[in-house]
Design a protein around this ligand. Sequence first.
Ligand SMILES: NC(=O)c1ccc[n+]([C@@H]2O[C@H](COP(=O)([O-])OP(=O)(O)OC[C@H]3O[C@@H](n4cnc5c(N)ncnc54)[C@H](O)[C@@H]3O)[C@@H](O)[C@H]2O)c1
Length: 352
Amino acid sequence: MSFQPQRVVVERGHRSGVPIVVAVHSTVLGQAIGGCRLAAYPDWRDGLDDALRLSAAMTGKAALAGLPHGGGKTVIALPAGHILTPARRRDALLDAGDVIAGLHGTYATGPDVGTGPADMVTIGERTQHVFCRPAEAGGSGDSSPHTAAGVLAALRAVAVERFGSPDLTGRSFAVLGLGRVGTHVLRLLASAGAAHLVAADVDPSRREVAAEYGATWTDPHDCLTAEVDVLIPAALGGLLTPDTVPRLSCSAIAGPANNQLDVLSTADLLHERGILWAPDVVVSAGGIVHAVAAELHHETEAQISARIDGIGDTLAKILHAARETSSTPAAAATRLAEFLASERTASMLAAC
Ligand SMILES: NC(=O)c1ccc[n+]([C@@H]2O[C@H](COP(=O)([O-])OP(=O)(O)OC[C@H]3O[C@@H](n4cnc5c(N)ncnc54)[C@H](O)[C@@H]3O)[C@@H](O)[C@H]2O)c1
């Protein structure tokens, strides 16, 4: 996906004095969507680079999720070492809301690193183009059960590709990270009849959750290298590296953690080792699909469930294409995203 944006706005927030960057990468498929990141940068131009890169990635994510949206991103670029008081933080969010309002609906925002659902209520004081607000504020609430449902749909597609059946009964899984999404995934796997579950978290209090669903508790390193059918990364990104890949003992990897590969070429290392890696950009989409479909399109729960199940269908297509072309699923996902988000495909579909 090219980083070349459709539109970029950079403004110094008139309340906070902090640089606000909004990058609209593409509106070919519809309104651009993408979270609002609030983070410190050595220079505001680094925040601009982040917005350009992340907005392009969102175009791919939205297209692969089957959403009628393009990609965008907001970055509130704090100077390094800058401490925001709660009042200044609120000012910065209101400033971001004003910049988004000025785009007149070409872009809508949600939470990202450094912001959460409650912050979307603050941004929503200045613009209606916001999603992922808490349920008590009229939003769609906690996204994690929906992200987990998308992971399950992806795991069934992986099981078909690797083991010839979507049935998860009798299969073994290692869940690395028992936070909001990991806990739901563990619960869904236990009720799907998984034969052997391994789980780990750096937080020892999560051990009780593992026990509740009959999972063997282990430390994060042993979970990463566990001999299981599928490893499910559900903690931080960047865990698949040239150092960790040779130590893996799983047959496949599919989980919600964002940016699992340290660099794209690590997908080749997984491929060479015969480990099937399901791209996280597809697997992790259930939460955003739910929020966008519920809050921006007012779809019914049945329509949204069908969309989330569709994550499995899209992944199946990608895994099939990767096999047919002897390429990695990462490369096949990029090709599919570029095809779906292209002007040519959009105008062909519009003509049908
Ligand atoms: N919440 C969502 O709907 C959603 C949507 C898309 C993607 N994701 C991604 O999925 C992942 C999990 O999200 P979440 O909402 O469950 O986050 P969370 O913060 O609730 O849970 C993450 C868990 O991982 C644990 N952890 C952190 N470092 C670890 C390590 N090195 N080893 C083992 N455990 C570790 C934490 O203690 C925590 O329990 C994140 O990468 C997130 O970006 C989440």
